[in-house]
Design a protein around this ligand. Structure first.
Ligand code: AMP
Ligand code: GLY
Length: 425
C-alpha cells in the first residue's frame, strides 16, 4: 500500500484522484492544492504547484511514496529533478518527466528539432529569433495563408497565432520577438498550416516501454460550431470515431514508437505521460504539439475508460516496469461536458454558490474550479465542473451529461450544447 500526492487543482486532478482512489494499492491520498471535489477523496494540502519546498515537506511529513504531477509548469521548472537531487527524497517516485524531457512541451523549438531528428511527421517550420528575423520573414513568404506563429516557451495556451494576411503575420512575428509573450516569445516557431481534424492521443511510459491510453477529442473554443475565443477546453469525447484502428496503427508506428525510441536514442529519461496533439490530414496523422502531462478536459473522459488499476500503471512508469503492465479499456463511450463561469474566457466572477450537485445521477461531477466557503461549494475559476458520463454512443453519453448539467446551477453557468458536432456518430 502506498501514499500518493497529486500536484494540481483542476478537473484533471479530480478525475485522477477518483480513479486512484479505486485502487487497492493506495493507502492515503493527498492533493496539493486540490479543490472542493478532491477534498471528498483525499486530504487537500494548501501548497502551490510550483512551491517545491512545500511539496518536499508534504512528501516527508506524509510519507509519500509517489508524486503524480498534473500540470506542465512544475515539470518544466524541474520538480522531478529537484526530487532526484535531494537525498531525503530519493525513495519518492515522481510520475512526470524531468526538466529535459519536459522541454517537449516547454520549448516548441526543442520539440520540432526532436521530431526532425527522429522523422516524426509534423508541419514544416522555421525557428526565428531577433537575430534571424530576416530568415523568418523570408520563410513566411514561402508559406501559404493562413500563417501559424508559435511562441517557443510556455504561454498558458495563448502563444499560438493563426493569421490570414501575410503583412499581418510579418508584423506579429516582429511583435512576438519584441516580447508580446515575454521571454516565451523571444524565439518563435513559424509553421506551415495543416488542415484536418484534431485528436489527443496519450501514452504512459517509463522511457522504454509504453501503454496507449484511450484517445479523445477536446473542444477548445467557447462558442458552438467551434467559434469564438480559445478556452482551456469546453469538453471531451472518447473514443474518437475517425481515430479508428487503421489510424491508430499509423499513430503508433509513425509517432508513438519513434518518440519513445527517440527519447532513448537522445538519452532523455522519461517517466510519465506523453500527450500527442495530432491532426489527421486526410487520414495521415501529423503532430501539432507534444505535451508532457495528461490533457484537461480529456482526462475527465479518459479516466472513465481505463478499467485497469491506474496506480499500477503509475508505478510501472516510475519504476521502469512498464514492459510488465497491460491496460484494459472500457468499450463504452465517455464524455465530459465543462460548465464554465459567465464571461469566461474573458473576465468572470468567482465565488458563486453551486447548487444541485447532490441531484446528479449517472454522471460524475469532476470539480475544475471550485472551493469550499462556509461549507458551501462555490465557483473558483473559469472552468467550474466537468460533467462526465458513459454511454453506448456519443449521443447517449452526451444526453446524460446534458441532463445533469441542467440539474446543477450557479449564476452565469454556461456550457456548449453541440459537443461532437464534427464527429460522425
Ligand atoms: P498548440 O498550442 O501548438 O496546440 O496550438 C494551439 C492550436 O492551434 C492547436 O490545437 C491547433 O488547433 C492550432 N494549430 C497549431 N499548429 C497548427 C498548424 N501547424 N496547423 C493548423 N493548426 C494549428
Ligand atoms: N486539452 C488540451 C490540453 O490539456 O492542453
Amino acid at each position: 500500500m502506498i501514499n500518493i500526492l497529486i500536484v494540481g487543482s483542476g478537473g484533471r486532478e479530480h478525475a485522477m484522484a477518483w480513479k486512484i482512489k479505486q485502487s487497492p494499492l493506495v493507502n492515503q491520498l493527498f492533493i496539493a492544492p486540490g479543490n472542493a471535489g478532491t477534498s471528498l477523496l483525499g486530504t487537500n494540502l494548501p501548497i502551490g504547484i510550483a512551491d517545491f519546498e512545500g511539496i518536499k515537506k508534504a512528501a516527508l511529513d506524509h510519507q509519500i511514496d509517489l508524486v503524480l504531477v498534473g500540470p506542465e509548469v512544475p515539470l518544466c521548472e524541474g520538480l522531478h529533478d529537484y526530487f532526484l537531487e535531494d537525498s531525503t527524497l530519493k525513495q519518492v517516485r515522481v510520475v512526470g518527466p524531468q526538466k529535459l524531457g519536459a522541454q517537449l512541451e516547454g520549448s516548441k523549438d526543442f520539440a520540432k528539432e526532436f521530431m526532425m531528428r527522429h522523422q516524426i511527421p509534423t508541419a514544416k517550420y522555421c525557428s526565428v529569433t531577433s537575430a534571424t528575423l530576416s530568415e523568418g520573414l523570408a520563410f513566411l513568404k514561402t508559406m501559404k495563408s493562413p500563417y501559424v506563429l508559435k511562441a517557443d516557451g510556455l504561454a498558458a495556451g495563448k502563444g499560438v497565432l493563426i493569421i490570414d494576411e501575410l503583412s499581418e503575420a510579418e508584423q506579429s512575428l516582429k511583435e512576438m520577438l519584441d516580447g508580446q509573450f515575454g521571454a516565451a516569445s523571444s524565439k518563435v516557431v513559424v509553421e506551415e498550416f495543416l488542415s484536418g481534424i484534431e485528436c489527443s492521443v496519450f501514452a504512459i511510459t517509463d522511457g522504454k516501454d509504453y501503454q496507449i491510453l484511450p484517445v479523445a477529442k477536446d473542444y477548445k473554443r467557447i462558442g458552438e460550431g467551434d467559434s469564438g475565443l480559445n478556452t482551456g477546453g469546453m469538453g471531451a469525447i472518447s473514443p474518437v470515431p475517425f481515430a479508428d484502428e487503421v489510424f491508430m496503427k499509423k499513430v503508433e508506428e509513425r509517432i508513438i514508437r519513434p518518440t519513445v525510441e527517440g527519447l532513448q536514442k537522445d538519452q532523455i529519461p522519461y517517466n510519465g505521460f506523453l500527450f500527442f496533439g495530432l491532426i489527421s490530414c486526410q487520414g495521415e496523422p501529423m503532430v501539432i504539439e507534444y505535451n508532457v502531462r495528461m490533457g484537461d478536459p480529456e482526462t475527465e473522459a479518459v479516466m472513465l475508460r481505463i478499467k485497469s488499476d491506474f496506480v499500477d500503471l503509475l508505478i510501472g512508469a516510475a519504476d521502469g516496469t512498464m514492459a510488465h503492465k497491460t491496460i484494459e479499456i472500457d468499450q463504452r463511450t465517455a464524455v465530459a461536458v465543462m460548465l464554465v463561469s459567465g464571461g469566461y474566457p474573458g473576465p468572470y466572477q468567482k465565488g458563486k454558490v453551486i447548487r444541485g450537485l447532490e441531484s446528479v445521477e449517472n454522471s460524475f461531477a469532476f470539480h475544475a474550479g471550485t472551493s469550499l466557503k462556509d461549507g458551501e461549494v462555490c465557483t473558483d475559476g473559469g472552468r467550474v465542473l466537468a460533467i462526465s458520463s458513459y454511454g453506448q454512443s456519443i449521443d447517449e453519453a452526451l444526453a446524460v451529461s446534458y441532463k445533469n448539467a441542467q440539474r446543477i446551477d450557479f449564476e452565469g453557468k454556461y456550457y456548449r450544447k453541440d459537443l461532437g458536432f464534427d464527429l460522425q456518430k
